[in-house]
Each structure stands twice: as structure tokens, then as C-alpha cells.
Design a protein around this ligand. Structure first.
Ligand SMILES: C[S@@+](CC[C@H](N)C(=O)[O-])C[C@H]1O[C@@H](n2cnc3c(N)ncnc32)[C@H](O)[C@@H]1O
Length: 283
């Protein structure tokens, strides 16, 4: 497998195919002749080089390129994968590279494709989008993309498929990504911890509403992960404390006082209603 590499192709409907090919260049370099390669191994990896693209982000881009450049019957190639080698792929006249490449070598990649007349539409960093003088079109949409590793990076695009246009500032594309970010935010799960778990946000909630609160050391145990979270691989974000009944009651009282300041009215059950509930439980 050492000299084999993988890359992907995708069609307009999002159906992916994995391609396995021989690596073209087998290096005869040694430590003495490949000093750059040797030094490379010790470089800290740039996190932007390892940001994987969520499917819905890729779909927006494929649809955008298709709308602007008509991808019907084109072979869409994604060459950039761990252990990949974009220079080993045979790009035919019918193919288009649409992918999120390692940003640290984006200029080198663009030049490689431009020199060979290979069509491309690539993700690139927003802030340095105009950083190199290459014969391509810069597509700026001021998009905050949240990649699979959770990093949100302002992203632009670069392409040689737009003829003489040098810069496209695309408000529609911006809007599409903004809507996606909003949808993703709304779908994030919200965690609610029981009264006996004290997090920094719970303390913040009280003091921001003018309610002081204090806990003794003997009433708290430092806590990183509840048993219920373990099977989901989750932890208490930022850690917290497991509280004694006394400390939990202190927090509940402070939270109730803070709720009042927030004009949150908690309707309590009457003794009569509690009696009805008891009867329901026993029936
Ligand atoms: C930003 S990530 C994107 C991965 C994937 N294309 C995506 O969009 O989810 C860039 C990937 O390119 C890979 N890569 C680095 N140098 C490469 C090269 N010369 N040829 C092909 N891929 C390479 C990295 O290992 C990394 O996995």
C-alpha cells in the first residue's frame, strides 16, 4: 500500500467513489539529499491543513460551481486526503477539481493546476485570499465554515473556471453559508445538568443577576465527567463540582433568586395538588 494513494470522485448528486492509484513519483531521496522532507517531519501541523469538510458545505459549493460553470458530465475530483498525492493523479480534459486542499500549500497547488490547464475550484483562507499573484479568480463570500474538527475558519475560494474575472464578491453565496451556520447552531444539543452539579455557568448566571453565592470546600468534589456522560464520550465542559445536598440547596436558592431578577416566575404546586399527585402515583 506504500505506493498506492486514494482520492475521491463525486457526482452532482453527491455519490462518491473512492479511487485507488499508484503513486507516480517514487522518491530516491535520502536524509542527506532530502533535507526539506526531513525538516518537514518536525514542523508543527497547521490545523487548517486538517480541517475536513462537512457534506452540507461541500454540497453548497458543488451546487454553486454547477450553477455558474455547468458541471453536467464532468468528473469531479477530490484529490486532497491524508497520504494523498495530487500530483500523481491523471487529470483528463473532462475533470474538475473541487476540494478543500491543505491551505499551507494552496499557491503551489493552484500553480500546478494552472500550468497544466486543469480546471479547479478550491477552498482557501479568506484573510490571505489575495496573497499570491496567480492567474485565477478569487471568490469572496466571507463565509464562516465550521469544519468537522469544530474549527470555524473564514474561508474564500479560488478558481480558474471564471475566465477574465479577477474577483467575485458573492452576496448570495455568503447568505447560503450564513443560513447553514444558523441551522447548525439551532440543531446543537443543549445540556442541562442536575442541581448537584455545579458548573461555572451556573455561578455566572447568579452573579450576573446580582446574587452572591459561596460554597465551602468540604461540600464540593471536583468533577470532570458524570457517569451518564461516559457512554456518550462527553465530559462536563470546563469541569465542575459534585455538590453535597447542602451545597445543591444553596445553589437552588441562589438560582431561584436570580430567576426572580430575570422576571422568571416559577409556579409552585400547592399541598392540595401534591396530594392529587400522590393519589395518582398510588392508583
Ligand atoms: C484541509 S484537509 C481536507 C480534506 C478533504 N479534502 C476534505 O475536504 O474534507 C486537506 C487534506 O490534504 C491532505 N494533503 C496534504 N498534502 C497533500 C498532497 N500533496 N496531495 C494530496 N493531499 C494532501 C492532508 O493530509 C489533508 O488530509
Amino acid at each position: 500500500m506504500a505506493n498506492k494513494i486514494l482520492y475521491k470522485t463525486v457526482d452532482l448528486f453527491g455519490d462518491e467513489q473512492i479511487q485507488l492509484i499508484e503513486k507516480k513519483k517514487t522518491s530516491n531521496k535520502t536524509l542527506f539529499t532530502d533535507y526539506e522532507g526531513f525538516v518537514d517531519k518536525f514542523k508543527v501541523k497547521k490545523t487548517t491543513d486538517d480541517c475536513y469538510t462537512p457534506k452540507e458545505v461541500y454540497k453548497i459549493i458543488i451546487d454553486y460551481v454547477n450553477e455558474k460553470c455547468d458541471l453536467t458530465n464532468k468528473k469531479i475530483i477530490l484529490p486532497f486526503y491524508p497520504g494523498g498525492d495530487y500530483e500523481s493523479i491523471d487529470y483528463d480534459n473532462n475533470c474538475v477539481v473541487i476540494d478543500n486542499p491543505p491551505f499551507s500549500i494552496i499557491t503551489k497547488i493552484c500553480k500546478y493546476y494552472i500550468e497544466r490547464g486543469i480546471k479547479f475550484f478550491l477552498f482557501c483562507p479568506h484573510l490571505t485570499a489575495f496573497g499570491s499573484d496567480i492567474d485565477a479568480t478569487h471568490i469572496i463570500a466571507s463565509t464562516d465554515i465550521t469544519y468537522e474538527n469544530g474549527a470555524t475558519i473564514k474561508t474564500a475560494f479560488v478558481s480558474n473556471m471564471f475566465g477574465d474575472i479577477k474577483i467575485i464578491g458573492d452576496a448570495e453565496l455568503h447568505k447560503k453559508f450564513k443560513e447553514l451556520q444558523k441551522r447548525n447552531k439551532a440543531n446543537l444539543p443543549k445540556y442541562k445538568y442536575p442541581e448537584h452539579i455545579i458548573t461555572v455557568s451556573k455561578i455566572a448566571y447568579c452573579i450576573e443577576r446580582g446574587i452572591n453565592v459561596t460554597f465551602d470546600k468540604k461540600d464540593l468534589k471536583h468533577y470532570r465527567c458524570m457517569d451518564a456522560q461516559k457512554k456518550h464520550g462527553k465530559t462536563l465542559f470546563g469541569s465542575g463540582f459534585l455538590a453535597s445536598n447542602k451545597a445543591a440547596a444553596t445553589l437552588a436558592a441562589a438560582t431561584a433568586a436570580a430567576n426572580k431578577k430575570d422576571n422568571v416566575i416559577v409556579w409552585e404546586l400547592s399541598p392540595r395538588e401534591l396530594e392529587i399527585i400522590k393519589k395518582l402515583d398510588n392508583s
